[in-house]
Design a binder for this molecule. Structure first.
Ligand code: OSB
Ligand code: MG
Length: 398
């Protein structure tokens, strides 16, 4: 159906009675290693909105714990959400999800925090309407293809082994993390191991400079779907210059932090492939705008991941059901990354490399509230008008 900019008069507004912001620890099975270093500790910020009838809407803000991917980091995001983004929405008496995005547009940057709040409004609205996020976003596919993003490992052999394992499990695409000194050889060995027919791509997480252009051009020999974010996060013109020297399409991740930046990057030919993470581009309404832009221009588009829990992945999976998402998503299930998930049951990859898009109302998954509360390290509770009711640390919140 898709939500019009202003909902029809007969759709009752959301009325938030109570809100919580929870900083929650997620137990990673092993550190996730990229060119910016290991991510060994993982927390996310959860937003829980409750209406007067006791219905809940959940959202997740998932920057990393540290500021080495982008400026956003999880402790700062907790304060941003609890002290600014959520009170702004509650005081403005936001009544529809798109109004939440518009209200928070007053906040500069801090895209991950704003998205967590916006997602909670979308899921509460869907829950109240008894419809799925997929229906709300206007998506169609009932299943979506997924790929996996492979951490940097002690040896090339271990990367080849994991790539082969994931392909046996059905994954449709392999993405290798690269860094100077961990690039051409790894790609050569993985390509040799998996064969020419497998969709393969690399992600540099901004580890190179233009002076590495010749080295990066050596990757043209391996039939990669794209080279993701080779240069600095704020260097669109550098990427345009590099694209002129590469046959492989450049994909941007870190650089694309709003719909306007996606448009600018495409106009400048700074990328020919788009990684969309709702938290990075400024939210769900922003994601819907970018999906339309890429579909109209015929630009390959796929959903990236931020090691989210199932609560964070849920709206991403629903977005992927829209026609503009052409390539497999970085949406591997929690079983690959974590001891357990915050949703129960969690989703899994089926033998053909797809995950099912939920058709149930609201988030589409059951949140394991007991597990969530056992992992809370910091929390704030607010009234429906944005007044702080209580705040505390860890176990008090049982
Ligand atoms: O660059 O795409 C990235 C995880 C954290 C931060 C940045 C990135 C990633 C991934 C993981 O590649 C993808 C996933 O969530 O499974
Ligand atoms: Mg990336």
């Amino acid at each position: 159906m898709g939500v019009p900019a202003a909902p029809p008069a007969d759709v009752p507004p959301i009325d938030v009675a109570r809100a919580e912001v929870l900083l929650v620890r997620l137990p990673l099975l092993e550190p996730f290693v990229t060119s910016f270093g290991p991510t060994a500790s993982r927390h996310v910020v959860l937003v829980r909105l409750e209406d007067g009838d006791g219905r809940a809407g959940w959202g997740e803000a998932a920057p990393l714990d540290h500021p080495f991917y982008l400026p956003d980091f999880v402790a700062g995001t907790f304060d941003l959400v609890a002290d600014w983004a959520l009170p702004l929405c509650l005081r403005a008496d936001v009544r529809y999800p798109r109004d939440a995005a518009r209200t928070m547009a007053a906040i500069r940057g801090n895209t991950f925090g704003r998205t967590g709040v916006e997602a909670a409004y979308w899921t509460l609205f869907a829950e109240r309407e008894g419809c799925s996020l997929r229906a709300l976003f206007g998506g169609e596919a009932s299943r979506i293809p997924v790929g996996e993003s492979l951490s940097i490992k002690p040896t090339v052999g271990e990367v080849v082994e994991e790539a082969e394992l994931r392909l046996r499990q059905g994954y449709r695409r392999i993405k290798l993390k690269i860094a100077p000194g961990w690039d051409v050889e790894v790609v050569r060995e993985v390509r040799r191991g998996v064969g020419d027919d497998v969709m393969l791509q690399v992600d540099a997480n901004a580890a190179y400079t233009l002076s590495d252009a010749d080295r990066l051009a050596e990757l043209d020999a391996f039939g990669l779907a794209c080279i993701e974010q080779p240069l600095e996060f704020d260097d669109l013109l550098g990427h345009a210059e590099l694209q002129r020297r590469l046959a492989t399409p450049i994909c941007l991740d870190e650089s694309l932090r709003s719909p306007a930046l996606v448009r600018t990057a495409l106009d400048a030919d700074a990328c020919r492939n788009v990684n969309l993470k709702p938290g990075r581009v400024g939210g769900i309404a922003a994601s819907l705008d970018i999906e339309r832009l890429c579909r109209e221009r015929g630009v390959p588009l796929w959903c990236g991941g931020m090691l989210e829990s199932g609560i964070g992945r849920a709206p991403n999976i629903a977005l992927c059901s829209l026609g503009g998402f052409t390539d497999p998503a970085d949406m591997s299930p929690a079983s690959v990354l974590y001891e357990d998930d915050l949703i129960d049951p969690t989703f899994d990859v089926e033998p053909d490399g797809c995950i099912e898009v939920p058709s149930g109302s609201g988030l589409g998954y059951r949140v394991d509230e007991e597990r969530v509360r056992s992992r809370v390290v910091r929390w704030v509770e607010l009234d429906g008008d944005g007044t702080v009711r209580a705040r505390g640390e860890g176990k008090e919140k049982g």
